[in-house]
Design a protein around this ligand. Structure first.
Ligand code: FAD
Length: 394
């Protein structure tokens, strides 16, 4: 069975779904192909920190009604080291900008509902997506949906299928340059049924390794501890995790972690990854399909949003005015922000984690950096500006 659309979108993550909505606003037709079920993608626990620009864009598009009601606006974060907390007043340092805590799977639910309400098309549970004729003016997507082999003719393809998708690997290796770094540690993440232990996120550096106190809701807390990336989660009992959190977060003024049952735990590897360019013929990569950051800077979802905002704008000018300059500049435009976020995420990661081969000199360097960040307004402002997110046209 054959179908036609202007933009074929692979992947119904934040990048693909938001792109379909941005294109609809420009009256550009699209079809989203997603390999998983709707239930599965609406239940996958991932990011939680939205930059100011992401929230503003969703608000402007009429997608933020629940986000405004249920999201928690945070005006600061805490850096904790040497058993003391230091607040970085994000909003005071960035002319009132802030972050909003609202889980990625709730964003996904809102985007899917909005797109389906518009009469938009998302095909879930598709299999064997295959890209062809990508360098022609009529690229095609072949796939199986409900046991039927289908072909979608497109003007453009948006590869929004995450790090393990098919889009990036359909670009010949010879024209790709890949930049990658693995970190010698991972994050053990838990979801815990307990009230919040703090009003703002806590990023803690300790001799035992990094810890992060985040939140999901008044009843559900998200926490992470640095661990060996090869570690088997079965080796970590709930009691061990809670004890490690308490040790890493301990303060001289006897701060208390509020605890409850752990309802989910997993280990996440940490890496940085960028492929250049983000375009090949009429295939445009966006989000995790093109770049990965370690989660320390909370940038992954927000970068995906920035990519598709640029892509939708470039496609709108193509259809409206036959302009190709923004499409040609897409990769260069996105990569400027991508590399800024890569640097920020690497910098936060390097400052806050214990490295297996570190020595007293490196530990002193980390402490000097932390001390400077909390004592210098200029240094704190730099962290704050990056954390709340640079403007889209940066
Ligand atoms: C534990 C964790 C915490 C994080 N915390 C933050 C945070 O606080 N802030 C932040 O900004 N980011 C964070 N991130 C990163 C963020 O979750 C990702 O960057 C974001 O999901 C990227 O969105 P995406 O749409 O590009 O890709 P994805 O969300 O990966 O979506 C890709 C979609 O494509 C589908 N797909 C894959 N292959 C195919 C195929 N062959 N055919 C069809 N469909 C396919 C997948 O099923 C998926 O639904 C975190 C990530 C993790 C893992």
């Amino acid at each position: 069975m054959n179908r036609r659309t202007q933009v074929g979108i692979i992947g119904a993550g934040p990048a693909g779904l938001l792109l379909s909505l941005l294109l609809a606003r420009e009256r550009i037709d699209s079809l989203v192909l997603e390999s998983r079920s709707r239930d599965e993608i609406e239940a996958t626990i991932r990011a939680g920190v939205l930059e100011q620009g992401t929230v503003d864009l969703m608000t402007e598009m009429g997608l933020a009604e629940r986000l405004q009601r249920e999201g928690a606006v945070h005006h600061g974060i805490e850096l904790r080291f040497d058993r003391e907390g230091h607040r970085i007043p994000l909003s005071e340092l960035t002319n009132g900008r802030a972050i909003t805590l609202y889980p990625q799977h709730e964003v996904i639910k809102d985007l899917i509902a909005a797109r389906l309400n518009q009469g938009g098309h998302i095909l879930f549970n598709v299999k064997d997506v295959y890209l062809s004729d990508v360098t022609s003016h009529q690229p095609r997507l072949q796939f199986i949906h409900e046991h039927e082999q289908m072909e979608l003719q497109c003007d453009f393809i948006a590869g929004c299928d995450g790090f393990h998708g098919v889009s990036r690997v359909s670009i010949p290796e010879a024209i790709q340059t890949v930049f990658s770094r693995f970190y010698p540690f991972g994050w053990l993440g838990i979801l815990m049924q307990a009230p919040p232990s703090a009003e703002e996120l806590i990023y803690a550096y300790s001799n035992r390794g990094f810890a992060l106190v985040s939140t999901r809701s008044p009843e559900l807390q998200r926490m992470y501890i640095q661990c060996d990336p090869q570690e088997d989660i079965a080796n970590w009992s709930d009691a061990m995790i809670l004890e490690e959190l308490q040790l890493r977060l301990a303060t001289t003024d006897n701060w208390q972690l509020r605890m409850g049952p752990i309802i989910q735990k997993s280990i996440l590897a940490m890496r940085s990854f960028v492929t250049e360019p983000m375009q090949y013929g009429r295939l445009f990569l966006a989000g995790d399909a093109a770049h990965i950051v370690p989660p320390t800077g909370a940038k992954g979802l927000n970068l995906a949003v920035a990519d598709v905002r640029h892509l939708a704008h470039a496609l709108a000018l193509f259809y409206r005015e036959n302009r190709t300059d923004l499409l040609e500049a897409y990769s260069t435009t996105c990569l400027r922000r991508v590399w800024r976020a890569e640097h920020f995420s690497w910098w936060m990661t390097s400052m806050l984690h214990r490295f297996p081969d570190d020595d007293p000199f490196q530990q002193r360097m980390q402490r000097a950096q932390l001390d400077y960040t909390v004592r210098s307004r200029a240094a704190a402002m730099s962290l704050a500006e990056n954390y709340v997110g640079l403007p889209f046209d940066w």
